[in-house]
Design a protein around this ligand. Structure first.
Ligand code: SAM
Length: 285
């Protein structure tokens, strides 16, 4: 019977500032029978800091599948368990999805203890439209796959939110400039809630310049918030016209020539057209 089952609490922890841990998070971590954490050593420091002695076990990408069944059994035996990640909200670009899905299948209760999440902190401070947005998590690590993904997002009108690591932040901004154009507005949110927090809004072109002018600006943790594409009308006109123009030209010409002609006729930027031409070509194969 579900009444005798324990509950899995998804507890949000700070993304850099320990004072952001809520009272409810603290009391949940204290009262449960077990805490599951991505990195037990890292999370033990948090538990020690708040004087919590609850046993802690690891739960991460590499043991998620096998661990999910064990956790499920404990919950069925009536134990209450908290899942935390290294920072922020569990399951948001962090492990836990397999487990939560399994618990839904088995009718075992899941309860969120909400709190910090980097994407929402960044979006709220970004100065970009917050009414509709899409969270894209981390972009692919390889340049060609990243550019392909960005090309797929070229006409997305909702505000775009990305997580990015310090060693790819520059490349990523350069790729965004190539594909979205240097004038597209974006906000770089770095080290949120921490000592060197910076939130800077500017065109992609200018953001790159300021990042390159100060190497410290490429250090730390990043959320990139990017303005969506301008208007649906532009999208329809350009997508239909340019797409069919390229398609027709590609029937007769190699990619470079087809793109050159389309650039001349439409005045559009070369890179996105080139990407579009490549995707038309690969769709044909
Ligand atoms: N679960 C976390 C959350 O709720 O935001 C996200 C975990 S994900 C593995 C880690 C990424 O989140 C970092 O690489 C960075 O992009 C973003 N992030 C986490 N903390 C941040 C902070 N204090 N400032 C900016 N970005 C942060």
């Amino acid at each position: 019977m579900s009444e005798s089952f324990g509950t899995l609490y998804l507890v949000a922890t700070p993304i850099g500032n320990l004072e952001d841990l809520s009272d409810r998070a603290k009391s949940t971590l204290k009262s449960v029978d077990l805490v599951l954490a991505e990195d037990t050593r890292h999370s033990k420091r948090l538990l020690d800091h708040i004087g919590v002695k609850t046993p802690i076990q690891s739960y991460h990408d590499h043991n998620e599948q096998q661990k999910a069944d064990q956790v499920c059994t404990l919950l069925q035996d009536g134990k209450n368990i908290a899942l935390i990640s290294d920072a922020g909200t569990p399951l948001i670009s962090d492990p836990g999805y397999q487990l939560v899905k399994l618990l839904h299948d088995k009718g075992i209760p899941v309860s969120p203890i909400p709190g910090p999440v980097a994407l929402i902190a960044a979006l709220s401070a970004s100065g970009l439209p917050t009414d509709r947005f899409t969270f894209e998590g981390f972009l692919p690590a390889t340049g060609s796959q990243r550019r392909k993904k960005l090309t797929d997002l070229l006409w997305e009108q909702r505000t775009l939110v990305f997580y990015e690591s310090p060693h790819r932040i520059k490349e990523c901004l350069h790729d965004m400039k190539e594909i979205f154009g240097g004038d597209r507005l974006a906000t770089v949110c770095r080290e949120l809630t921490k000592r060197f927090e910076t939130v800077k809004q500017n065109s992609l072109e200018k953001l790159i310049l300021s990042l390159e002018a100060d190497s410290n600006q490429s250090k730390g943790e990043f959320v990139l918030v990017v303005h969506g594409a301008e208007s649906k009308q532009d999208r329809e006109t350009v997508e239909i016209d340019v797409g069919s123009m390229l398609e027709t030209l590609l029937e007769q010409l190699p990619v470079k020539q087809a793109v050159d002609i389309t650039v001349k006729l439409t005045g559009r930027k070369r890179k996105p057209l080139y990407q579009l031409a490549l995707s038309i070509k690969s769709a044909e194969q």
